[in-house]
Design a protein around this ligand. Structure first.
Ligand code: CAA
Length: 259
């Protein structure tokens, strides 16, 4: 792995198949400025097109996953500056490779939104979630009002977005925002293990499965099931489907070739 060209993140490949992106602006609690956005997208896109990488972990520090969009940077913007302000985050959400968020400490505003646009959310028992934008006279801008409402329902989404209060990790897990809670000391190991498990599967099957679940957020049931069925049938054109089923019947581990 070559040295990072980045200033606000660090990347590594902690185990084969897994790309790790670590937000690193400790003095600003990893506030998401334009540099962080561009660098996370660049790093994630590079992992996404790397045939050796099957899942990407996004993490912050122990104290903060990310405390939101960078308020100092946003304070200087006017209306016309905001048109494409968060395009990079939208593009991140469109990548095929699954994203695993490993969240410790504050995941507020844009930080909560970044965690929610990931596919699997592993949270330390120290994690705190919230959309406090209302306290700044704004509202969530990286999809938070939509993804939070989908994840936790209207009652809690309204409570959080309108009052700006935070919720601890247990409330977040009960509400459906969090995939798993782990002790803070195990967070990265667990997230990397989850990512490695995903990376061990057939890549085209993982991509289809991610697209199918995501479609549940975009469409109604009949249309969603139709979409799933087409993706399901598409697997029967792949070698990995034949290999996966043969391996099961022969009581051995599958050897996927991503074909
Ligand atoms: N943007 C810029 N700087 C931030 C920041 C942010 N979102 N969050 C924290 N910082 C900076 C602080 O200004 C402070 O810098 P200095 O040491 O230079 O003063 C440093 O990080 C440490 O923060 P605190 O001293 O405030 O630490 P704390 O432990 O007392 O409080 C906190 C922690 C509760 C997270 C508090 O920092 C806080 O409330 N942060 C802002 C949270 C927020 O409002 N997020 C939403 C941003 S808007 C948004 O995200 C829009 C969107 O949808 C895209």
């Amino acid at each position: 792995h070559t040295p990072d060209p980045y200033t606000s993140i660090r990347t590594e490949v902690p185990v084969p198949g897994v790309g790790l992106i670590r937000l690193e602006r400790p003095k600003a609690l990893n506030a998401l400025n334009q540099a962080v956005q561009a660098e996370v997208l660049a790093a994630a896109s590079a992992f996404d097109t790397d045939p050796e990488i099957g899942a990407i972990v996004v993490t912050g520090s122990e104290r903060a996953f990310a405390a939101g969009a960078d308020i100092a940077e946003m304070a200087a913007l006017d209306y016309s500056d905001t048109e494409r302000l968060f395009d990079g985050w939208d593009r991140l959400a469109q990548l095929g490779t699954p994203l695993v968020a490993a969240v410790s400490g504050y995941a507020l505003g844009g930080g909560c939104e970044l965690a929610m646009l990931c596919d699997v959310l592993i949270a330390a028992d120290t994690a705190v979630f919230g959309q406090p934008e209302i306290n700044l006279g704004i509202l969530p801008g990286i999809g938070g009002s939509q993804r939070l409402a989908h994840a936790v329902g209207k009652a809690k989404a309204m409570d959080l977005v309108l009052t700006g209060r935070t919720m601890d990790v247990h409330e977040a897990e009960r509400a459906g925002l969090v995939s798993r809670i782990v002790p803070a000391t195990d967070l990265l190991d667990e997230a990397v293990a989850v990512a490695a498990t995903i990376a061990s599967k057939s890549k085209p099957a993982v991509l289809a499965a991610k697209q199918a679940v995501n479609r549940a957020f975009e469409t109604g049931l009949t249309e969603g099931v139709r979409f799933e069925r087409a993706l399901f049938r598409g697997r029967f054109a792949t070698m990995d489907r034949a290999e996966g089923m043969a391996a099961f019947l022969e009581k051995r581990e599958p050897r996927f070739t991503d074909r």
